[in-house]
Write a protein of this length. Structure first.
Length: 373
């Protein structure tokens, strides 16, 4: 346990990738050429950015810390866990007292605004001599919240020697990790609602944004999802709340079957659009519908953005959010087991996390092999 202070555009060929099949015969591809790895690519560890009294969690800190401890337990049992916090000694004592495997934990001291590691963490490119750690600008989901401290975390972690690789400054472009999904083989899935938000890169149009994405991530195609949203979501429809790659040929997505639910029309149109998407080989995707949680409301009666799509893929497991809805929690687990037949499916109660309008995937960032040691 450590303690620290401070582009080619060709279709992937045999020399670029290795193809294998999972137990359910879904295609798994591991790229060798420069690429943005899929989340199921082999990982060196996962980052959590810990809540504290200076964050919006202050009014419910004990409740949310209990959720973070459960996530930390689940990760540290399986791979390295990096915890970013202004108060590493306090967090170390808490984790030790909860029986977390501390030999699997790395603590890094950084000042933070909030806890959403998915959106302020580095995005990693592989296929070079060293991992490329891309540091994009995080502006609080379109200038909604303060982000000055969070926007410095990636550079600090590289300077501290916590993240290993080549630092790449992309701070001229606003991009959050929760807004994009990579299949690891040249296809990116995103939403137009988020990436075309005027308070992110409003000076660029859709064509210009897509060209930048293609160049920066060595992409063959960008799939733009134009429909779907969740009431209470602050992110302008991050893709990781709606639809997720599970392999190069499979997408799990949120389906709403309640015709009286306000989400029903938009999520039906999203489902229809997903059915039109094609892989690089021209084939349609296998689509696996996740259930929509029954409505959950905050103390002011506002609906919270509960979603089972906000799961985290680890090397040997998938951690997914549960919401004390036993039938739907179990149904979501079944869908994820179908998507990931070789992995353990582990549920974590995330009712605390959605009180601040995010869930399990939002508070984590995985790093490929070679980044964490």
């Amino acid at each position: 346990m450590g303690f620290l202070n401070l582009m080619g555009e060709t279709l992937p060929s045999e020399k670029d990738c290795q193809v294998r099949f999972g137990k359910n015969m879904s295609v798994q591809v591991e790229m060798c050429a420069p690429h943005l790895p899929a989340e199921w690519s082999l990982q060196s560890g996962v980052q959590l950015t810990w809540p504290h009294q200076g964050t919006d969690w202050a009014y419910m800190l004990s409740e949310v810390e209990a959720c973070f401890v459960e996530i930390a337990h689940a990760i540290a049992e399986r791979e390295l866990l990096l915890v970013v916090t202004p108060y590493p000694e306090q967090v170390r004592l808490r984790l030790e007292s909860e029986g977390v495997r501390m030999e699997q934990v790395r603590l890094a001291q950084c000042n933070t605004n909030d806890t959403w590691a998915r959106d302020h963490g580095a995005l990693t490119l592989l296929g070079y001599s060293t991992p490329q750690l891309l540091d994009f600008k995080f502006n609080g989901w379109g200038l909604k919240f303060a982000s000055d401290k969070d926007n410095l975390i990636t550079r600090q972690l590289v300077e501290l020697g916590v993240l290993h690789g080549t630092y790449v400054n992309r701070l001229g472009f606003v991009l959050e990790g929760g807004s994009i999904e990579s299949d690891g083989c040249g296809t990116l899935l995103t939403t137009s609602e988020c990436l075309l938000s005027p308070n992110r890169n409003g000076q660029l149009n859709r064509t210009e944004i897509e060209e930048r994405l293609r160049t920066m991530f060595h992409l063959q195609q960008v799939l733009w999802l134009d429909y779907g949203y969740l009431r209470g979501d602050d992110t302008d429809s991050h893709i990781d709340t709606l639809a997720r790659f599970c392999s190069v040929d499979t997408i799990a997505y949120v389906r709403c079957t309640d015709t009286s639910d306000e989400h029903y029309p938009a999520l039906c149109r999203m489902e229809e659009q997903l059915a039109t998407f094609r892989r690089l080989d021209g084939q349609p995707y296998r689509l696996l519908p996740l259930p929509m949680p029954r409505p959950i409301f905050d103390e002011n009666g506002e609906r919270l953005p509960a979603t089972y799509a906000n799961f985290l893929i680890l090397n040997e497991a998938v951690l997914y959010p549960t919401y004390a809805q036993s039938d739907l929690d179990a149904e979501a687990a079944q869908v994820l087991q179908t998507a990931f037949p070789d992995k353990e499916i582990v549920g974590i109660d995330c009712r605390a996390l959605i009180r601040q309008h995010g869930s399990l995937h939002c508070v984590t960032m995985q790093y490929p092999v070679g980044v964490l040691e």
